[in-house]
Design a binder for this molecule. Structure first.
Ligand code: MRU
Length: 363
C-alpha cells in the first residue's frame, strides 16, 4: 500500500496510519494506530467513517490484537469481540472481523510470529480486494451513466449523492463516488449535487473535499434541497453507498437517504445504491424490520463545528440546552424505491430473486 488515494496504510513499523476524518476539510492529519484498543476508538469516535474503511480498520485491529498479545488466541478473541461491537450498523465491520478470526482459527497452531504475519497479510488482502471491487463498481456504474445519457440525449450529467462513499469510505475510489471518478476518466461532463448530510456533515466535509481534490464540478446543498432540484429536472440520477443491505434489497445508509429515494421515485429519477458484496447481510430477510440502526449522541444535533472568523475550527451550540434532540445515524430505503444495486459483479435489481441469482454462492 502506498497511501496515495488510500484512507489507510501501514507505516515502516507495521502500524496502521489513517487520515483523521474528523478534521477534514480544514486540516489533513494522520493518526497512527498501534493497538487493537486504538482501532476500536478510531471506529467509535469517527476518526474513520464509511462501511468499507471501518471494515479495513477492524481487520488491521485483529492483526494488532495478535501482535500485542504475541499470538494468544484467548486475548485475540476478546479484543476482536470489542472491535466487532465498536459500531452497530455497517456490516463490513462484522464481515471483516469474522473473516480475520476465521483465518486466526485456521492458523492458530502456527508459531506466534507466523500467525501474526498471516493476519497482517490478510488485512492487507482485504484492503487490496476492496480496491479491485471499487474499480469494478466504477466501471459498471459509469456504464449506467453512459446508457442514461444516450437514452435521454444528454451531453452533461447531474448526479446527487448523500453522505460520503468515496475513497475515504472505501479504498481506493469508493462506491457511490467510484462511477463519478470513472465518468471523469471517460471525459463525461459531470456535476455532483452534494447533500451536506447533517448532523455530521460527511457530504459537506468529506465528499466535497474529495471531489474538489479530483477537480470534479460539484455544489453542496442543504439536505432539504434535493426534492426541489428533482422536481426542476436538475438531477439525472441519484447514487448513494450503503452500510448494510438485506437479502430483499432493503438498504441502510446514512440518515436522510430514504427521503431522497422517495423524492426520486416521485420524479421518476433513477435511484441506485452502490456496494461491494461484503455490505450484504444475507441473514436479514427484511431490512426495514431487521437492520440495526445506530442511535448517536444528541450533541451531534445540538452542536456544529466549523471555521470561525479567525480561521480556527470552533464548535458552537445551535439548539438551546433545555431542548432534547434525537440522533438516528441511518435509515433504511425499501427495495421498491431502488432502481438497482451497482456491485462488483454488475448491476442487479433490488429483489430477493435477483440478489440470490447474482450472489447465491455467498449465502
Ligand atoms: O456514520 P458514517 O460516517 O460511518 O456513515 C457511513 C457512511 O459513510 C455512509 O452511510 C455511506 O454513504 C456508506 S459507507 C460506504
Amino acid at each position: 500500500m502506498n497511501g496515495k488515494y488510500r484512507a489507510l496504510w501501514l507505516d515502516e513499523d507495521d502500524n496502521l496510519v489513517v487520515l483523521d476524518q474528523r478534521l477534514l476539510p480544514f486540516e489533513e492529519k494522520t493518526v497512527t494506530i498501534t493497538t487493537a484498543q486504538q482501532s476500536v476508538e478510531a471506529i467509535a469516535n469517527m476518526t474513520v467513517r464509511g462501511a468499507g474503511v471501518i471494515g479495513n480498520v477492524a481487520a488491521f485491529g485483529v492483526y494488532l490484537a495478535a501482535r500485542e498479545s504475541d499470538g494468544d488466541m484467548v486475548r485475540i478473541e476478546e479484543l476482536s469481540k470489542e472491535i466487532r461491537e465498536s459500531r452497530p450498523t455497517a456490516v463490513n465491520l462484522m464481515w471483516a472481523v469474522d473473516r480475520m478470526m476465521g483465518l486466526a482459527h485456521k492458523k492458530s497452531k502456527l508459531k506466534p510470529m507466523n500467525l501474526i504475519k498471516a493476519l497482517k497479510n490478510e488485512a492487507i488482502k482485504i484492503a487490496d480486494e476492496d480496491c479491485e471491487r471499487s474499480q469494478k463498481i466504477a466501471e459498471y456504474g459509469a456504464d449506467i451513466i453512459e446508457e442514461i445519457m444516450l437514452s435521454r440525449g444528454l451531453d452533461s450529467f447531474n448526479i446527487l449523492t448523500h453522505c460520503n462513499a468515496g475513497w475515504l469510505a472505501i479504498v481506493d475510489s469508493g462506491t457511490a463516488l467510484a462511477p463519478i471518478y470513472e465518468a471523469q476518466k471517460r471525459d463525461i461532463k459531470i456535476h455532483v449535487w452534494v447533500d451536506e448530510t447533517r448532523p455530521r456533515n460527511q457530504g459537506a466535509n468529506l465528499t466535497a473535499w474529495e471531489l474538489s481534490k479530483a477537480g470534479i464540478e460539484h455544489t453542496v446543498i442543504a439536505d432539504n434541497t434535493g426534492g426541489h432540484l428533482m422536481q426542476q429536472s436538475m438531477v439525472d440520477m441519484v447514487i448513494t453507498g450503503a452500510d448494510r443491505v438485506a437479502r430483499n434489497g432493503d438498504s441502510a445508509n446514512k440518515i436522510g437517504t430514504y427521503l431522497k429515494a422517495l423524492a426520486a421515485k416521485d420524479n421518476d429519477i433513477p435511484f441506485y445504491i452502490a456496494l461491494p458484496a461484503s455490505t450484504f447481510d444475507f441473514e436479514i430477510l427484511d431490512g426495514v424490520e431487521g437492520i440495526p440502526i445506530e442511535i448517536r449522541n444528541e450533541d451531534e444535533v445540538k452542536f456544529i463545528s466549523g471555521l470561525n472568523s479567525d480561521g480556527e475550527v470552533q464548535e458552537i451550540q445551535i439548539v438551546q440546552s433545555k431542548s432534547s434532540a434525537l440522533n438516528y445515524g441511518f435509515d433504511v430505503t425499501p427495495a421498491r424505491l431502488i432502481t438497482g444495486l451497482i456491485t462488483e459483479r454488475g448491476d442487479c435489481e433490488a429483489t430477493v430473486e435477483a440478489i440470490i441469482e447474482m450472489f447465491g454462492d455467498l449465502i
